[in-house]
Every structure is written in C-alpha cells, then in structure tokens.
Ligand binder design. Structure first.
Ligand SMILES: [Zn+2]
Length: 261
C-alpha cells in the first residue's frame, strides 16, 4: 500500500471523490495528498478532504505556471493559509514558473515576479511549520533550492522532479525530497533519477488527472497510478515491492506528518 503524495483532487474528473478514493484503495493506494493551485481549487480541495478526512490530506497552493494568477490571487491564498493552516498538511503546489516562460516576451521579469511570490509563500510555510510541495522543473530547480535555503525551509519535496544531476544531488544533500510520477515506467530520464536518488529521499505521486503515455495511454488517470509508480521504483532499485512500498509510505507519512493508520 502507498500514499499518492500529489494529486489534483480538485479537478472535475474527481467530483465523485468517494468513488475516486475507493478505486485508489482497490489499487493499493490508501491515502491521497491533495494539492491546490489557486484560491478556487484550494477551496474545492478543502471540501473534498473534509468529506473523507481519513483518506485525503489537503494542501493549499498557488501554481507558478498557471497563467492569469497574479498578486490578487497571491493575497487570497495568503489569507487562506492564515485561516486554514491548522487543517492542511503542506503548502503546495507552489514554486517557480518554467513552462509558461517558453516564448514569453518578458521571461526574466516573470521569473523575478514568480520568485518574489514564492519567497512570500515560503515565509508563511516557515511561520506555520508546513512542508512545501514544489513545482520547480528543469532550470527552475536550482533557484528554488536557493530560495528554500535562504528562507530556512526544513521540509520540501520537488514534485515531478527533473533537473541536471548536480542540482538533484544538491537537493538530496540538503535533505529535501524528490517525487516521481508514473512517467518512471516508460521514461529513461525518470528511471535514471530513481537510480541516482536514495529510496529514503523518494516519494511517488500521480499528479492526476495528468494523462500519461505508454501503458497508461487511453486509461483514466487518478491517484491509483501512484502504486504503479511505486512498483516500478522497486524494479529499478531491485528490491521487493512490499519493502519499497513500506519505505515510500514511511517517507510520505513522516514528511507530511500524517496520522499513521
Ligand atoms: Zn501538480
């Protein structure tokens, strides 16, 4: 059994949240860490978690690559954090823009504004003692790592991580975690990442409802895919799958400080 460490349960695909969780349980996923992306999805995430508090743990976030999210949304998310920090298990997802910078006329300015927003949110994570779920792919990872250190953040996970090996090494060295998606089943880049990162520094996630390729093509995406990712981690690490699932579970429980069932 594993926990999905990053799922967008606010998505309309998961409107029947009870059925979603039941399907996940049937596939060896007994809990879901549900991230938010903006004020509205944060509210939906809280509502879905309140419906099934033993299986869903909510986070509040502001997605750095979502267009049209500006300072007004940042202020609303800050207000949500002030109000709900005791009900959530992490700040997330937050981070730095990367995909939205491609072809943008003002990429440097967007990155600078993104970093300023991230720093404000990290300050709140420290204040409320919340771990941080980061979206900081590729060239954004190093900058995010510096921001974590500058702000004195102790617990952070780089979700769906991809970055040069040296940056990944520095992240692990600093005691932060790396999370992998079902892409690990079919993508060499992710498989090499799992080879390189110690099991104690890994989490698995679905990032559902993201549609995956390979064997997942045409099949519904949901938190249940986290178990398949865990199975593949076991194969890559050449360890018994039950042991790997237990360790990944323990990593997730300790990182988010979840009630152990
Ligand atoms: Zn996500």
């Amino acid at each position: 059994m594993v926990i999905d460490s990053h799922c967008h349960l606010h998505d309309p695909a998961f409107a029947d949240v009870r059925e979603t969780v039941t399907t996940a349980l049937a596939h060896d996923v007994w809990g879901v860490v549900a991230v938010g992306c903006d004020p509205d999805s944060n509210e939906t995430t809280l509502a879905r978690a309140a419906a099934l508090p033993k299986a869903i743990w909510p986070c509040l976030g502001l997605h750095p690559d979502w267009d049209k999210l500006g300072d007004a949304e940042l202020e609303r998310v800050e207000a949500q954090l002030a109000r709900y920090h005791a009900r959530i298990v992490a700040l997330g997802e937050v981070g730095l823009p990367w995909y939205s910078l491609e072809g943008a006329a003002d990429a440097a300015g967007r990155m600078a504004r993104g970093l300023a927003r991230l720093e404000r949110l990290l300050a709140l994570a420290v204040r409320y003692d919340l771990p941080v779920v980061l979206h900081a792919p590729h060239g954004a990872a190093g900058t995010a790592l510096e921001a974590l250190r500058r702000r004195g953040v102790e617990r952070a996970v780089f979700h769906w991580h991809k970055a040069p090996a040296a940056i990944t090494g520095a992240i692990v060295e600093a005691g932060y975690l790396i999370s992998v998606t079902p892409e690990v089943v079919y993508r060499d880049r992710d498989r090499e990442l799992v080879e390189a990162v110690p099991l104690a520094s890994l989490l698995v996630e679905s990032d559902a409802p993201w549609p995956y390729r390979g064997e997942f093509e045409g099949r519904p995406s949901g938190p249940w895919l986290a178990a398949r990712a865990a199975e593949e981690v076991a194969k890559i690490k050449r360890l018994p799958v039950d042991d790997v699932m237990r360790q990944l579970c323990a990593n997730t429980v300790s990182f988010f400080d979840l009630p152990w069932r």
